[in-house]
Design a protein around this ligand. Structure first.
Ligand SMILES: *Cc1c(COP(=O)(O)O)cnc(C)c1O
Length: 354
């Protein structure tokens, strides 16, 4: 499919190099759109000036949440080239989400090309300062004007871009975690393994309550027994217990993170013992009590590695080792961000140049 490009005649002023970009505050000059109509498939791939989209108030995505999304980043390397981190994995995962939400599948290779083209058009928006990047948000919405509960026949696939600041402007910083007992994020058979808006809506209340009592994120336990550890906020979670690195197995209610996958591959490559298995909250507290809990950290595209300093569960607060940044956490952060920014040679073939 050909991509038609219409450039803006009215470019925006880009944030200056000393602007605090934060996350999701600025959007570039262009966006990618294509339409899906039943019988016709995906069509009319185009790059157009960034701006509001017209939706009928009866558009199905607004009523029943038929929506999926992805999140990845483009990085400017020191030699000025631009690269993406494992974009083919994001498009493969988008199709996993599509399948669960009855959304028509996309052509993964074509969508990677579309993303590359869009990033190329808006390449002057990619910030170059240490730790910054261009966040890429592809998403699909059901667009039929029909308030009725069934899969839609018309969809929009859209990609928008946002220059984002360093997640840790002052270097890695351990976070305090509240172990959630009242609310659950997802259950097996539900949509927990997909990236869809509803999962985030379901998580807001717990996150809001945790913030009010001074915690950064919640640790989600499984929805049935309220016992097994699943994820931390919107990140996957890892623990170093003795000489084993443990992460919850993908049970159906856990999102299969690309950072998670990369961390597992990198650790195994370096000779660490990594186990994907069930890990209960009791086992975590026991490991703390017998002194074998050495590190805990979250993984995700936004922060890459997010060390965890403390947990509170059932009224009892524990500190992970000395509450600082663990050796493995720091090594993973340095290695993965190094590969992403081009400072470290990518021996895994994870990056793709534009
Ligand atoms: C996106 C996401 C992650 C992290 O996935 P990455 O591909 O590593 O960014 C983890 N958990 C949830 C719930 C997510 O939505």
């Amino acid at each position: 499919m050909e991509i038609k490009i219409t450039k803006t005649t009215n470019p925006k002023t880009k944030p200056s190099a000393d602007t605090k970009l934060g996350f999701g505050n600025y959007y570039t000059d262009h966006m990618f759109i294509m339409n899906y109509d039943e019988g016709q498939g995906w069509h009319d791939a185009r790059i157009v000036p960034y701006g509001p989209i017209a939706l009928d108030p009866a558009a199905m995505c607004l009523h029943y949440g038929q929506e999926v999304f992805e999140g990845l980043k483009a990085y400017k390397t020191e030699d000025g080239s631009i690269q993406l981190f494992r974009p083919e994995k994001n498009m493969a995962r988008l199709n996993v989400s599509n399948e669960r939400l009855c959304i028509p599948l996309i052509d993964e290779a074509f969508c990677v090309e579309a993303i590359k083209k869009l990033v190329e058009v808006d390449q002057d928006w990619i910030p170059a300062e240490e730790g910054t990047s261009l966040y890429i948000r592809p998403f699909i919405i059901a667009a039929d004007a029909h308030v009725g509960v069934h899969p839609a026949k018309h969809y929009l696939f859209i990609v928008i871009l946002s220059p984002v600041g360093a997640y840790y402007p002052q270097g890695l910083n351990p976070v305090d975690i509240y172990v959630e007992q009242k609310y659950v994020r997802a259950v097996k058979g539900g949509m927990g393994f997909t990236k869809t808006a509803g999962n985030y809506a379901a998580s807001l209340k717990a996150q809001d309550d945790a913030e009010k009592i001074g915690y950064t994120q919640v640790l989600w336990l499984d929805g049935v027994e309220r016992k097994y550890i699943e994820e931390v906020g919107t990140m996957n979670v890892f623990f170093v217990i003795g000489d084993e690195v443990v992460t919850p197995e993908l049970s159906g209610s856990i999102l299969s993170g690309i950072t998670r996958m990369s961390v597992i591959e990198l650790l195994r490559h370096k000779g660490y013992k990594v186990t994907e298995r069930k890990l209960s909250i009791d086992e975590l507290y026991e490991a703390h009590d017998n002194g074998t809990l050495k590190e805990a950290f979250g993984t995700g595209t936004a922060a890459v590695i997010s060390p965890i300093g403390t947990f509170e569960w059932n009224g009892r607060k524990i500190t992970v080792a000395d509450g600082g940044i663990g050796e493995i956490s720091q090594m993973l952060y340095d290695t993965i961000t190094g590969i992403q920014s081009g400072k470290i040679k990518d021996e895994f073939n994870w990056t793709q140049k534009i």
